[in-house]
Design a protein around this ligand. Structure first.
Ligand code: GDP
Ligand code: IMO
Ligand code: MG
Length: 424
């Protein structure tokens, strides 16, 4: 495997964690390059289930180095909780996890500001995970952020933490909200910093050295293309670049060092939080997809909105990411449907449109134009090759690939690591 970026082609939760876990077998280093603990990446191995939020899903393979890149916003307490959870299941991060010294830290005040901003937006809220992601990236680009290197310098960490906390408390006070107990938060942070400091490193240097030694690197995207801050359905997006280009900026690796982009898509669509979603099924079929697909957020537990596969949006996503290979997940969820719909165009203000509009207001008015395909009405969850799949399932997949102009390389037919196969 060459150096590969893996990203979500839809609105997140495509099953990226599971596919990363499978591809890690051929990688020496796995790097998270954006987002924070808003991500929830699920991997099921045997009867064990792991949900990773900040730590790359590659951690489940012994001998793989996992890197939290500079593009990530890192909540130290969440990371420690996650490391402890893994330890309880026999996975020790010592010596296997590195944190970029340039990654920005995410503190309690970012979470409080996220909550405040959402409550002020009322009906127009973004539906964030309330993990402080937007405020942390605002501090980063506003040049008032605090970076992971400060975990190694408690005096400066305290200085900046207190300064920013005071600003946050002024805002909370002005909005009649309870203020943060800065002393108590600092004591917790001081302890967390001491625990995490040994993991801080110049990871850009380390990854590039590894590339020179022909080690294989896997870049693990979080969220999905339509949550990208530039290309997503703004403002109903997250605050980072979730598309493949983000891997370079968020890890310090040049585009010339990356050979492959794998795009992950579900065989249907889901979205959590607010924002336009033309193929959403607010009816019994949507309920059925949610129930069979167990479509509840891995981070917040919120029910995911469900709908048919959107080939218009996904083709655009393939283009933006340069996804030359596809992993299609959750095929088994469609096993029992008589017919399936694929959205092949939108109708917007009486016009037929076959490209994703760049104006989100237009996208919000888009009505899906569907092509109907027969369901296969057979159990795919035990299949292990393309030839095993029912012919109607093959036809559905072949049509998806044709419409979105890419090539299927991986198929997932169940949540378990073992329920995955490659297509030759
Ligand atoms: P991620 O955020 O992209 O890593 O995806 P999540 O972990 O948030 O959500 C994907 C969910 O679908 C998880 O519960 C996975 O265990 C599950 N999953 C992944 N692939 C499959 C599949 O092929 N079939 C089924 N039934 N579940 C899957
Ligand atoms: P993974 O990596 C699905 C959504 C939130 C909200 C918007 C902004 O598991 O695919 P934020 O907290 O980032 O400011 O919220 O983005 N969102 C996700 N949706 N999967 C995710 O991550 C998400 N991370 C954020 O629901 O609509
Ligand atoms: Mg998820």
């Amino acid at each position: 495997m060459s150096n590969t970026v893996l990203i979500g082609l839809q609105w997140g939760d495509e099953g990226k964690g599971k596919i990363i876990d499978v591809l890690t077998e051929k990688a020496e280093i796995v790097v998270r390059f954006q987002g924070g603990d808003n991500a929830g990446h699920t991997v099921e191995v045997g009867s064990d289930k792991f949900v990773l939020h900040l730590i790359p899903s590659g951690i489940l393979h012994q001998g793989t180095l996992c890197v939290i890149g500079n593009g990530v916003v890192l909540n130290p307490h969440s990371l420690i909780k996650e490391m402890n959870g893994l330890k309880a299941k026999g996975i020790d991060c010592t010596g296997r996890l590195q944190i970029s010294s340039r990654a920005h830290l995410l503190f309690q005040y970012h979470c409080l500001l996220d909550g405040l901003s959402e409550s002020k937006l009322g009906e127009g809220k973004i539906g964030t995970t309330k993990r402080g992601i937007g405020p942390a990236y605002m501090d980063k680009v506003g040049r008032s952020g605090v970076r992971a290197v400060e975990l190694c310098h408690p005096e400066t960490l305290e200085k900046y933490f207190r300064l920013n906390s005071a600003k946050c408390n002024e805002i909370l006070k002005a909005h009649g909200q309870p203020e943060m107990d800065v002393d108590a938060e600092w004591l917790k942070l001081r302890e967390a910093a001491a625990e995490l400091a040994p993991y801080v490193a110049d990871t850009a240097l380390g990854i590039n050295r590894a590339i020179r030694e022909n080690k294989r690197i896997l870049f693990e995207g979080a969220q999905g293309t339509w949550l990208d801050v530039d290309f997503g359905t703004y403002p109903f997006v997250t605050s980072s670049n979730t598309t493949s280009g983000g891997a370079c900026i968020g890890s310090g690796v040049a585009p010339s060092r990356i050979q492959k982009v794998v795009g992950v898509a579900k065989a249907y669509s889901t979205r959590v939080g607010s924002g336009p979603f033309p193929t959403e099924l607010e009816c019994a079929i949507g309920e059925r997809l949610r129930k069979i697909g167990r479509e509840f957020g891995a981070t917040t537990g919120r029910p995911r909105r469900c709908g048919w596969f959107d080939a218009v949006a996904t083709r655009y996503a393939v283009m933006l990411n340069g996804a030359d290979a596809l992993a299609i997940t959750k095929m088994d969820v469609l096993d029992d449907f008589d017919t399936l719909n694929i959205c092949t165009a939108y109708e917007i203000d009486g016009r037929r449109v076959t490209d994703m509009p760049s104006d989100p207001a237009e996208f919000a008015r888009a009505k899906p134009v569907y092509e109907e395909m027969p369901g296969w009405k057979a159990d795919t969850s035990r299949t292990s090759s393309w030839a095993d799949l029912p012919p109607k399932a093959q036809a559905y997949l072949a049509r998806l690939a044709e419409l979105i102009e890419s090539k299927i390389e991986i198929i997932s037919v169940g949540p378990n690591r073992s329920q995955t196969f490659f297509v030759d």
